[in-house]
Every structure is written in C-alpha cells, then in structure tokens.
Design a protein around this ligand. Structure first.
Ligand SMILES: Nc1ncnc2c1ncn2[C@@H]1O[C@H](COP(=O)(O)OP(=O)(O)OP(=O)(O)O)[C@@H](O)[C@H]1O
Ligand SMILES: [Mg+2]
Length: 273
C-alpha cells in the first residue's frame, strides 16, 4: 500500500516508573474497549525481556519477537489473535539481550512496521517499567504516552522520574496520566494533582488526566483466570472505568497528537538512546 493511502494509526505507549502498577492489564483492557468501538487494535508487547501479556490473556504463542530479529519470521507471522478481535504481537520471556535493543534490532522493527499495512486504527505499546533505553525508545516512537501510577508514594515518585527523563532527555512535553488501584475518584484526582503540580513547578509542563481505575478484586481474579477483566467481568468497576478512559482516548482529536504511523517509524529510526 502506498504510504499516502495508509489510514492514520494512533500509537500510544503505556509506561510507568515503578513496576507492577497495572500497565499490562490496562493496555490489554483498553485494547478490548477500543475493539468494541469497531477499531482495529494491535498490542505490541514491548516488555521485551520479561513479557507477560500472552500469559495474562492465555495466548498460545508460537513465535515471538526474537524470531523477527533473527530474520526467521515476518511481523505478520508473529501476531496472534486475542480476545474480542484484538491482535497481539508477543515479546519473549527470559531473553536478557532484548532488554536493550541495539541499532540493528531497531532498524529491523522499523522495516517490519513499514511493510505492515493491515489497516490498524490503534497500536498500543505495553512497555517495561523503569527508565531503560527501550522505554525511552518506545515512548518517543509513539505519538502519545500514558503514564500509569498508583497512589503509592514510590509509584508517584517513579512516575515523576520517568516524566522528567523523557522531558530532559527527549524534550517530551505531552503526557497523559492514568491513576490505577485507587479507593475512589477523589483519590485519583488527588494523585494527579500532586503529580501535575510537581511537573508544572519543576519542569514547567502540564499533564493531562485521563482517568482512574479503582482497586478491584476482580482484576487479580481475572489475571488468575488468564482472561481480560473487560471480557470476563464486564460489569466490574474496573471495566466501567476502562470504558470511560477508552471513550476519552477515542474522543481526543487526532490533531492533538504528534503524527501518524510514519511518525512511529521515523521516531523509531531517529531515537538514539
Ligand atoms: N485496578 C486494580 N485493582 C486490583 N489489582 C490490580 C489492579 N490493576 C492491576 N492489579 C494487579 O496488579 C498486578 C500487576 O499488574 P500488571 O502486570 O498489569 O502490572 P505491570 O505494570 O504491567 O507490571 P510490570 O511492571 O511487571 O510489567 C496484577 O496482579 C493485577 O492483578
Ligand atoms: Mg507489564
């Protein structure tokens, strides 16, 4: 397909400073929410060394990103069908060399995405926690970044640290914040207020609030069932929050974002971490 004919793909990276705050669950469930709006969604598991979206969704993966880097498979061969029509590009688990992608591997990813023209509406990127070069790379390659934090002081401090690194190292100024595992809406807003006050005061950037997800026992329950909570507990509080967040995401004007899939490709190419 000609590049000019390609439809606009929104690429959204989901990141956090601290690990275990809910990125993978949130990404998978937002993907389902968008899919229910008849959007074609691909989730890229970018937690390359310690992937687990395939475990959370109980996907039978035959190949992973390592096969792509070895030149044994093409991007489309790796993609597996997830629940409710979402597509997943699995990473690999326990391969340490993938925790820091080298130039060759980045170029390989670019080439593969360049020739991938499956008419996607959204590419969601589930990143690893922390501030590694891979995280910087995927966040800068995406058009939009969702920072996930919980109300825990360590999670908030680490979220701020990630924002600071992406701002100081890559001049990134646009961040959406999602507060997970909170008691209620008030706690979500309060966490956002504290984070955004710090970002405004010390970095002079304003953050956008994209919403909260309550602490919900049906989330870990769905994880142990290896099903997405949107799928298995559609009436749960967590699912209701995901629907609100998905609505907000889909209502954001495309002209508010950095570019298109071409930007994703260009971003991948130009980001030196
Ligand atoms: N809203 C919630 N309510 C209750 N438990 C939650 C909620 N969100 C996430 N969890 C639990 O937190 C754990 C970690 O979630 P998840 O694996 O999605 O985090 P992560 O940020 O992707 O972790 P990692 O940094 O290791 O990739 C899971 O066991 C999940 O059940
Ligand atoms: Mg994860």
């Amino acid at each position: 397909m000609d590049i000019a004919e390609r439809k606009t793909v929104r690429t959204i990276a989901v990141a956090s400073g601290k690990g275990g705050v809910g990125k993978t669950n949130i990404t998978a469930n937002i993907a389902i929410g968008l899919s229910r709006m008849n959007k074609k969604v691909l989730v890229l598991d970018a937690d390359l060394g310690l992937s687990n979206i395939d475990v959370i969704l109980n996907l039978a993966t035959k190949y992973n990103i390592q096969h792509l880097f070895k030149g044994e498979k093409k991007l489309k061969d790796l993609i597996v069908e997830g629940p409710e029509g979402i597509q997943v590009l699995p990473a690999s688990s326990g391969i340490q060399e993938l925790t820091e992608l080298d130039e060759f591997q980045r170029l390989r990813l670019i080439e593969e995405f360049e020739s991938f023209d499956e008419g996607l509406d959204y590419l969601l990127i589930d990143t690893s926690s922390g501030i590694s070069s891979n995280v910087g790379f995927f966040c800068m390659a995406a058009q939009e970044i969702i920072i996930v934090t919980s109300a825990e002081p360590t999670a908030m401090t680490d979220a701020y640290a990630l924002i600071k690194v992406l701002f100081t190292k890559y001049q990134e100024k646009n961040f959406k914040v999602l507060v997970n595992s909170v008691k209620n809406a008030k706690e979500g807003t309060e966490v956002f207020r504290r984070l955004s006050t710090a970002a405004e005061r010390f970095l002079s950037i304003s953050l956008d609030y994209i919403g909260f997800i309550p602490l919900d026992s049906l989330v870990p329950k769905s994880v142990s069932q290896q099903r997405a909570f949107m799928d298995v507990y559609p009436e749960s509080e967590a699912s209701k929050s995901i629907i609100k967040i998905t609505d907000r995401i889909s209502n954001i004007e495309n002209n508010n974002v950095k570019g298109t899939l071409q930007f994703f490709l260009g971003g991948l190419l130009n980001t030196k971490c």
